[in-house]
Design a protein around this ligand. Structure first.
Ligand code: MAN
Length: 525
């Protein structure tokens, strides 16, 4: 207990004593932990005003191991203020500011060891050594940036050339588009004219076809009525022109379920609630229900049977097949008619139709067909030009760096292999990953934006919206860009699941005036 009190006292005396020593490792004397640039704010002949201007205290309170200022500025050399800043000069290496809470905490933060002045023996001064390494690194970087800088200039030149070419291409395409639209409009007019003539000429044919159709329908109807009447008369046993329930009860054909009698349900089915049927109602109501039964009896009709359908045919064909099935099978003449009708329909939709038109009409049809073809071509040309314009505009809008240094890299792809995967980065396009054990390529992101932050926007790229991670978000990749003499992927890692990091070197990043480079060279002493 006594021993520890003695130690504490000694420590306090040392802190107070040592902290009041104006230390002068460089020419300008200043309190411990104060940087050269702030030395003038600590004058031993004047009272000290906290940096935030709130309090003025006697100079003797500076570094007295008691925190007076809210901003911690009175205790740069002790750990008394939680928000204080301790400056180490680190002669021979980079000066450093550390939180003053780290002063005398038993850990060497400054390479000159000044942050541990209470126990100077725990830290050795490593600044010379570190400074040497740092200077060598700075020299290496300076040389790299110098050599890379030349390559960068070439990239800038090529990038600007590429952009100018794209701009020229764009204006050429805009002209082409105007021209192509003109041609399209001409072709459309021509097509409309020729189609009008074609229509006039085909009108005669269409009318004739319509007439023919009507005639067929009428014949069909007459045939149906005739057939229905023949049956009506057969069932109308008292020939009074009306069919009663009693009359149909004795006709076997109305026994739908073939149970030996025509019951109420069957009467209801054929009479649809009527007591009796006159001829007209019979034709429209009863006959359509009766006819299929009669045909079945005669073996001429087979209801639609799923099993007979070709399982390969598509829905439309199936429907068509079902339609055909519900027609009169076994009646070869009718089936033949159907086939013919089908063929005719096909021919009607066929623009050639050659055999049926007279020479002059055929000529008009051919001319209109050719005009349609030419119009479609002209339309396609306009669409293609528009798509090219869109692509070029998209590229022109891309940010290829302040001096277009990244423009020539657009679309260039770089690969990197690790033990498991082959990664591919296609600049300004996408990043992919392919397992070496096979399987499909997985998208790790599409070009999104520059993501280097305020210091140097162009020091990182972000590729987003890759393939969704199982049970997680979409994959995305950040590409960190550093100066190098070649454009190359140095490493690919996945620091978080489905978030990838690519380290890329490229001469495009060798900008000596870039804030990142300035930062590192200014840091060294
Ligand atoms: C694949 C790869 C990996 C990723 C996992 C996530 O195996 O894309 O990079 O971590 O899927 O399930």
């Amino acid at each position: 207990m006594v021993y520890s009190t003695w130690i504490n006292q000694l420590y306090s005396i040392c802190v107070i004593f040592c902290s009041f020593v104006i230390y002068a490792q460089s020419d300008v004397p200043r309190p411990r932990g104060v940087s050269l640039s702030k030395a003038s704010l600590y004058s031993p002949t004047k009272d000290f005003t906290c940096f935030d201007g709130t309090i003025t205290i006697p100079f003797s309170y500076v570094n007295d191991d008691y925190c007076d200022c809210f901003d911690g500025s009175d205790e740069p050399g002790t750990s008394a203020c939680l928000n204080g800043v301790f400056h180490c000069t680190n002669a021979g290496h980079r000066p450093q500011n550390i939180p003053s809470s780290r002063v005398n905490d038993g850990v060497c933060d400054c390479c000159d060891g000044t942050d541990e002045y209470a126990n100077p023996e725990i830290c050795s001064n490593t600044c010379e050594e570190l400074g040497k390494e740092a200077r060598a690194e700075a020299l290496r970087l300076a040389e790299l940036y110098k050599a890379g800088g030349h390559l960068r200039l070439e990239l800038i030149e090529k990038g600007n050339k590429k952009r100018n070419e794209m701009a020229e291409q764009l204006s050429q395409l805009e002209n082409d588009k105007t021209e192509a639209e003109k041609i399209k409009a001409e072709k459309e007019t021509l097509k409309n004219d020729l189609e009008a003539k074609e229509n006039d000429a085909l009108k005669v044919y269409r009318e004739a076809e319509e007439l023919e159709k009507q005639k067929k329908l009428e014949e069909e109807r007459e045939k149906t009525v005739k057939e229905a009447m023949e049956h009506f008369e057969r069932f109308d046993s008292n020939s009074d022109g009306e069919l009663t329930v009693d009359e149909i009860k004795v006709a076997n054909v109305f026994d739908k379920n073939k149970d030996g009698e025509v019951d109420e349900e069957e009467v209801q089915f054929f009479f649809e609630g009527h007591e009796k049927m006159d001829k007209e109602n019979f034709v429209t109501t009863t006959w359509p229900l009766l006819k299929p039964l009669l045909m079945m009896e005669q073996g001429m009709f087979k209801p639609a049977d799923d099993e007979e359908k070709d399982p390969d045919v598509d829905g439309e064909a199936e429907e068509h097949q079902a339609d055909l099935d519900s027609e009169y099978e076994g009646n070869e003449e009718d089936a033949g008619d159907l086939e013919l009708q089908e063929d005719n329909e096909e021919q009607e939709s066929d623009s050639e139709h050659s055999s049926t038109y007279d020479e002059e009409t055929q000529k008009l049809v051919d001319e209109a067909t050719e005009a349609r073809r030419q119009y479609t071509d002209a339309e396609r040309t306009v669409r293609e030009i528009e798509s090219n314009i869109r692509n070029i505009k998209q590229n022109l809008e891309k940010d290829y760096g302040l001096q277009q240094e990244y423009a020539t890299l657009d679309g260039q792809c770089f690969e990197y292999e690790d033990k498991e995967y082959v990664y591919k980065l296609c600049m300004f396009q996408k990043v992919t990953q392919k397992s070496k054990n096979g399987g499909a390529e997985i998208g790790l992101g599409n070009w999104g934006e520059w993501a280097g932050g305020d210091l140097n926007k162009y020091s990182a790229m972000r590729y987003t919206n890759g393939v969704a991670c199982w049970n997680g978000p979409s994959r995305m990749t950040t590409v960190n860009i550093n100066c190098g003499l070649e454009t190359n992927i140095l490493s690919v890692t996945e620091p978080f699941r489905c978030e990838y990091k690519i380290e890329l070197s490229t001469p495009a990043a060798c900008d000596e005036s870039s804030p990142t480079q300035q930062h590192s060279s200014h840091d060294e002493l």
